[in-house]
Design a protein around this ligand. Structure first.
Ligand code: GCO
Length: 471
């Protein structure tokens, strides 16, 4: 199904790929994307691009362990080399700047900057200092995520996110990083996608550390959110000028029929994907419906935890990729009912831009204290090939255009969305799918590490240049 162009309603015409003049990306004249203060950038994550996993004192992470375990990652791929960004960062930042991207969202590898006793690792810290200083010199706004899934293995050995103590170790790590990097970071995000860490890592075992138990998932989530809540005041104290927030992945669930049971199933899907994270952050409570879906999985919550978790945020990062069509499973849950004849990506994910708009406008209604939003990830994988030195990623161009239009619609409906980061700057290690799935707007040839700017990135760059030139 992937890349089935016949199913693309807004498919770029074939003239697009043949004509360098055609511009299928440019937003309409009334789009809020033309506002110069709407930040447009690209995102990456440490384990997915850095490589150099045992250099300069970096300790093993749960993803080193998991990807080295046979059968866990497609083709046995690991992040040992990835995009070799640890050595090629200068050229990569030049590339980012040459595309005119105004923001860069990166993550710090916790096992690179702290040893098992909590002492700083200077060499690892210096890597990020150099990188952040370079971004500053180039005038690129930096969004730094503290935890994008690469938990130090020594913490997992003591229970990982099932151990409450890990939340306190995270606050120590946030303290060290914000003391060391204050002044070079524009925005701090504590966690990336706690849903994936908790559910894929501890609930179904598809991600590191590979445990599979619903009770583990809810407890891991509680400790992740506690870690976030403990870190926020620490970041505020050490680096008052920066913004502080968190990044959540969200999912649109639609009902397969009008029946009450299917409508309820779609509701439960969104509770499990969205309210499980957003309710504790923005309302200070877990949604009770979650425990209808997973009876008996209430996490152990100590006095004061929910107030800690609900610490006010300067921004909420939203990662959006696709929707899931569901029906009742006949009991107290939902089951996926994949739709036929819809456009899908290389991941098999349905392309559904309206989901982004609908979720954003829905959150604005549900959460009166919804902070300003950044779309911290959006993008798609395609089986991109370099042909005669070029990569024509027509589906991605169409995808980005339609999702940016959905963001514009949400802004016009009153949601305060301040920026958008493409996932990803370059092709990289796509977790359990290894290197097969290419999400980048820049192609990476893993045998030579050659970067080739895809057509999508050229068009984004062209738009940014035009926007900048406007008076
Ligand atoms: C994510 C991830 C990225 C993935 C992307 C595509 O936050 O899920 O941050 O690391 O690569 O989402 O699956």
């Amino acid at each position: 199904m992937a890349n089935d162009a016949s199913a693309v309603s807004d498919a770029p015409s074939s003239a697009v790929s043949n004509s360098p003049l055609a511009d299928p990306f440019s937003p309409p004249a009334d789009s809020s994307l033309w506002r110069k203060n709407f930040l447009l950038g690209a995102a990456t994550a440490s384990y997915q691009i850095e490589g150099a996993v045992d250099e300069d004192g970096r300790l093993p992470s749960i993803w080193d362990t998991f990807s080295a375990t046979p059968g866990k990652v497609l083709a046995g791929d690991t992040g040992a080399v990835a995009c070799d960004h640890y050595h090629r960062w200068e050229a990569d930042i030049d590339m980012l700047a040459s595309l005119g991207l105004e923001g860069y969202r990166l993550s710090i590898a916790w096992p690179r900057v702290m040893d098992a006793a909590g002492r700083p690792n200077r060499k690892g810290l210096d890597f990020y200092k150099r990188l952040l200083n370079r971004l500053k010199e180039k005038g690129i706004t930096s969004f730094v995520t503290l935890y994008h899934w690469d938990l130090p293995q020594h913490l997992e050995d003591r229970g990982g996110w099932l151990n409450r103590d890990t939340a306190y170790r995270f606050a120590d790590y946030a303290d060290l990083m914000s003391r060391e990097l204050a002044g070079t970071v524009d925005a701090w995000a504590t966690l990336n996608e706690p849903w994936c860490s908790a559910y894929l890592g501890y609930g179904n075992g598809h991600h590191a550390p590979g445990l599979a138990n619903d009770r583990f998932a809810t407890q891991a989530m509680h400790h992740l959110l506690l870690a976030h809540g403990l870190a926020i005041p620490v970041l505020r104290g050490n680096d008052p000028a920066s913004q502080k927030g968190i990044v959540a992945n969200i999912g649109r669930g639609t009902a397969n029929s009008d029946s009450a049971a299917d409508q309820r199933a779609a509701h439960l899907f969104e509770v499990q994907h969205n309210a499980w994270i957003l309710d504790p952050l923005l309302k200070g409570e877990y949604p009770q419906d979650l425990f209808e879906l997973w009876p008996g999985t209430e996490p152990l919550v100590l006095d004061g935890d929910m107030q800690t978790i609900a610490a006010p945020l300067d921004f909420l990062g939203i990662n959006y990729y696709f929707r899931t069509n569901v029906a009742s499973d006949g009991a107290h849950g939902f089951r996926d009912v994949p739709l036929e004849g819809v456009e899908r990506t290389q991941m098999g994910w349905e392309v559904y831009p309206d989901g982004l708009r609908d979720l954003l406008t829905g959150f604005k209604k549900t959460y009166r204290n919804l902070p300003p939003v950044y779309i911290t990830e959006n993008g798609m994988a395609s089986d991109d090939k370099v042909i005669d030195g070029h990569v024509d990623d027509a589906q991605r161009i169409s995808f980005l255009k339609r999702h940016l239009a959905a963001v514009d619609q949400a802004i016009k409906a009153g949601v305060d969305v301040r920026g958008y980061f493409l996932w990803s700057l370059m092709d990289n290690f796509e977790w359990a799918f290894g290197y097969e799935r290419r999400f980048g707007v820049v192609h990476v040839d893993y045998s030579t590490q050659k970067r080739t700017v895809k057509r999508s990135a050229e068009l984004v760059a062209k738009f940014l240049k035009e926007r900048k030139a406007r008076v």
